[in-house]
Design a protein around this ligand. Sequence first.
Ligand code: ZN
Length: 182
Amino acid sequence: MKQFKIWLKDGLIKGIKLYCGYEHYYPYDKKYQKVYDICIEYRVPVMIHTGDAYSSTAKLRYAHSLNIDDIAVDNPELRIVMCHLGNPWIADCQEVLYKNSNVYSDISGLVVGDFGLLSATRYVSQINDLLNYVGKPHRLLYGSDWPISNMDSYLGFVRMLELDEDSYDLMMSRNTKNIFRL
Ligand SMILES: [Zn+2]
């Protein structure tokens, strides 16, 4: 944690990611509060892995989208990025996003490799549902999870969302610049 503070002070890092699920702790475990306090102090976001895990030793209950609500409520000054839309618990992710103005989510890591037509169609429908529920993508961030996912395929997938120009710009650039203070 000391080193983390030094890197933040020197501007070498812009946030931290916790791997709940891969690590067998809930995001609201008391152990993590120190990390949240530092993120608040240095005004950087904490990213938290949510949803499916790329490891047979990960435990999914620690990675469920709904767990994020607790830390969002208990740390109103903390900005939280739920990684991967909590996939496949995207409906839970959208409620946590809708309810908590300090929660963001990225769309990374939905597929390994390329999107197929079926997976792309399914995720387009789910993200459109989420946008209808939450409103404009003011707190949605682009990400691919490269090298696990293919970047070209990911950009093609984003085009399938048919976002208006402002929404596209928010998700692909402005939201990220804002939350990471780039
Ligand atoms: Zn992750």
